[in-house]
Design a protein around this ligand. Structure first.
Ligand code: PEP
Ligand code: MN
Length: 372
């Protein structure tokens, strides 16, 4: 059972205290408080844990400070929409508003290789007004003989250059607790010039200790990449591990599924699941066209497959695009064949804008004609 309080209720409100006291007066009931800071409002939810079937809703509904009482019927307790009873609120991080209504392009290096490449990439993003990027320092590779990322040694210049070029968020994969400490240390040493979104890669989609680790901290939001060979429900349960630990700032990323039925793409593109994840959960949804397509193939109409699948995500309401770019893909140490050139970015952005506009028109049409 979830008691949703009216928006912007102060943390020390006596009304909030009274609702908690009443909740805990029922036998076996414990409470857990979740505060969500969205771009325009903050929301407080009280989770009642224990034998809630014996707890009536009416005494809570009488409080002026209570917006509604929601009985949970589905398994995704913290991230779920619960049959549309709960609205998505999104979150604000380092000046960037991320929700089921917004769209951001996180374009950047799959793996950091040189300071020069980082600088060229960030400079190109700045010119295009983009403040969100990706930069891999810790790379879990399929082969132990492949480049494993530069690790902590590149963090000082990555963060410093991010500050120089106005980057507000860097999506960066971590695979171990020590990486989180190294990121914190790197940010401290450089004066916290940027924000970091911790990426959980598909290879760690069910690494429950790692999920608990990123869920128990609330400093950094999390980009969770769907498990490549598990069901959607299993991936959503993995997000529930993060959220139930206390961190609600999660973005769910579709990145294709492992099956040779998707050949010749690297993974079978699963972007039709954007609206499914938005319906089942309150999480903003990201699509990763680079790791799903995995190559720079061009269709007869002149558009790269990466552009086409990005459009498929955006036309169904994706909120974030994670894409590999590189100033010299031929010399990239990881995933060069799928990276867009910096010179291809303006056309990519223009293409996305066309599709986003079409999505917004579709949404407006649905709202007016279908009463959605
Ligand atoms: C990545 O985004 O760098 C990556 C390795 O992706 P995935 O975990 O989806 O394979
Ligand atoms: Mn990659």
């Amino acid at each position: 059972m979830i008691i949703v309080m009216k928006a912007d209720l102060p943390e020390d409100s006596t009304d909030l205290r009274r609702v908690i006291t009443l909740s805990e007066s029922f036998p076996g009931i414990n409470t857990r408080i979740h505060r969500i800071q969205g771009a325009t409002r903050s929301l407080t939810e009280i989770y009642l844990l224990g034998p809630t079937h014996a707890v009536p809703s009416a005494p809570f509904e009488e409080f002026d400070c209570v917006e509604k009482v929601v009985r949970i019927t589905q398994k995704f307790r913290a991230i779920g929409r619960h049959d549309a009873a709960l609205e998505p609120v999104g979150f604000e991080y380092n000046g960037v508003d991320i929700s089921q209504d917004t769209l951001h392009l996180f374009a950047g290096l799959c793996a950091v290789d040189t300071r020069e490449h980082v600088e060229a990439t960030f400079a190109a993003l700045k010119q295009l007004g983009i403040v969100t990027t990706r930069a891999g320092a810790y790379k879990p590779r399929t082969s132990p003989y492949d480049f494993q990322g530069l690790g902590a040694s590149c963090l000082p210049y990555v963060f410093e250059l991010a500050g120089k070029y106005g980057i507000r968020i860097i999506a960066m994969e971590i695979t171990h607790e020590s990486h989180l400490d190294e990121i914190r240390e790197g940010l401290d040493r450089t004066g916290r010039p940027t924000g970091v979104m911790l990426q959980i890669g598909t290879r760690n989609a069910q690494n429950y200790e790692l999920l608990k680790l990123v869920g128990q901290q609330t400093e950094f939001p999390v980009l969770y990449k769907r498990g490549m060979g598990i069901t959607l429900e299993e991936s959503l349960n993995a997000c529930e591990y993060i959220a139930s630990g206390g961190n609600r700032r999660i973005v769910f990323c579709l990145r294709g599924m492992k099956t040779n039925l998707g050949d010749p793409h690297r993974n079978f593109v699963d972007f039709a699941h954007v609206p499914v994840v938005k319906r089942l959960t309150r999480l903003p949804v990201c699509v990763d066209p680079s790791h799903s397509v995995g190559r720079k193939a061009i269709a007869p109409d002149g558009l790269l497959d990466v552009f086409h699948v990005t459009a498929q995500g955006v036309i169904t309401g994706a909120n974030m695009i994670l894409v590999d770019i590189h100033p010299h893909p031929e010399s990239a140490l990881c995933d060069g064949p799928q990276a867009l050139l910096l010179e291809e970015l303006p056309a990519f952005i223009a293409d996305i804008a066309i599709v986003r506009e079409a999505y917004e028109k579709r949404r407006a049409l649905a709202r007016s004609s279908l009463g959605a």
